[in-house]
Design a protein around this ligand. Structure first.
Ligand code: NAD
Ligand code: WQD
Length: 346
């Protein structure tokens, strides 16, 4: 019998790469996505790469009737839960949307899972739950801190509610995957990150400058206590991240309770190092100017990924140059992302 996985948010950036990895590993995949920040084209491209198509259901994780239907129609063994809103700045202006999608949506999903006796769940959490940690690299025993924005708080709230759920019922087996900074794209150049409007994150911004869609990058501060004064992060290739989900899925089918794993490389790079690496990989220049720090940013953040290595047998394979080469391939082959021109709809 086929092992069927429900992937919420599976048309999005990380979800589409993970859907591909699942299909390649022989799983049957059902993607539930309301397409509020993605295009179904990502899944058509997944089919181009692996010759397999997931079942796609356009819908919302907040729709309980739809969820009940999905769980009664398909024999689902586990859920990978990516669906949610993720723009930090937007979350400050629209907190209710974030709590409704990310927190209420997750509550709804878990209730439907429990009703259907599906207790294996992998949740997309974030290193943002560590706040401004003083310990570098950060391991999973580091205390969580209240994040500085509603997006981050919504992730921490879901982590807490999933822990409560697991304490209340031993049948739950849950992975909280704390991603560091996902970047890059599948090496085919067919799927990648396709932000709506002006990107907030560093690498999509750099690649849009390189292709000429944006004039110059603003580097947010060069007065941090880091070697070159710019912020340091742990950038992880999205294909390595997708592999981490498969390993976590395998692990939770054997363990129970809540398992927390950092998914990062263990290496931090500064903003200036990122610009240089991108320029090398793309042979394009990336003009930039130093501006003030961005509110809420921290100086540095990188993972201790040993727990995932020891318990999941997972570690990242792709280096900084791979991240940049693959980002540039995706960007240059798809200057408008999944759209065919600057004014077409995603
Ligand atoms: P994304 O926006 O590309 O993917 C999220 C997907 O969820 C989108 O396809 C969107 O249409 C869908 N979605 C949103 N709300 C929904 C709802 N209510 N019902 C159904 N579908 C819904 O984002 P991503 O970068 O792929 O992130 C995936 C997950 O990983 C998110 O939960 C995000 O918070 C988390 N995460 C992302 C990062 C990052 O930097 N990209 C870092 C840490 C954690
Ligand atoms: C990286 C570095 C910036 C843009 C965010 C969320 C986090 C997680 C990942 C979901 C920082 C600098 C950036 C620019 C810049 N998302 N920068 N100019 O802030 O580490 O994390 O995305 O969970 O929750 O907060 O990522 O890519 O925005 O920034 O100088 O135009 O690049 O200051 O040092 P961040 P980022």
């Amino acid at each position: 019998m086929k092992n069927t996985i429900l992937v919420t948010g599976g048309a999005g950036y990380i979800g589409s790469h993970t859907t591909l990895a699942l299909l390649e590993a022989g799983f049957e995949v059902i993607v539930l996505d309301n397409l509020c920040n993605s295009s179904v084209d990502s899944l058509n491209r997944v089919q181009k790469i692996c010759n397999k198509l997931p079942i796609f259901i356009e819908g919302d994780i907040r729709d309980r009737i739809l969820l009940n239907n999905i769980f009664t129609t398909y024999k689902i063994s586990a859920v990978l839960h990516f669906a949610g809103l993720k723009a930090v700045g937007d979350s400050v202006n629209n907190p209710l949307e974030y709590y409704e999608n990310n927190v209420a949506g997750s509550v709804n999903l878990c209730s439907a899972m429990a009703q259907a006796n599906v207790f294996n769940l992998v949740f997309s959490s974030s290193a943002t739950v560590y706040g401004e940690s003083t310990q570098m690299p950060i391991n999973e025993r580091a205390p969580t801190a209240t994040p500085t924005n509603p997006y981050g708080r919504s992730k921490l709230m879901v982590e807490e509610l999933l822990k409560d759920l697991s304490y209340s019922d031993a049948r739950w087996s849950i992975a909280l995957l704390r991603y560091f900074n996902p970047v890059g794209a599948h090496q085919s150049g067919l799927i990648g990150e396709d932000p709506n409007g002006t990107p907030n994150n560093l690498v999509p911004y750099i690649s849009q400058v390189a292709i000429g869609k944006l004039k110059k990058l603003s580097v947010y501060g060069d007065d941090y206590p880091t070697p070159d004064g710019t912020g340091i992060r742990d950038y992880i290739h999205v294909v390595d991240l997708a592999d981490g989900h498969l390993k976590a899925l395998q692990a939770i089918s054997k363990t129970g309770g809540v398992n927390i794993w950092n998914l990062g490389t263990g290496i931090g790079y500064s903003v200036l190092e990122m610009i240089r690496a991108f320029e090398m990989a793309s042979q394009k220049s990336v003009p930039f100017q130093i501006v003030n720090r961005r509110q809420g940013d921290i100086a540095e953040c990188w993972a201790d990924p040993m727990k995932a290595q020891q318990e999941l047998g997972w570690k990242t394979e792709r280096k900084l140059n791979d991240m940049m080469v693959d980002t540039w391939r995706w960007q240059s082959l798809n200057p408008y992302g999944y759209k065919t021109s600057s004014n077409s709809v995603k």
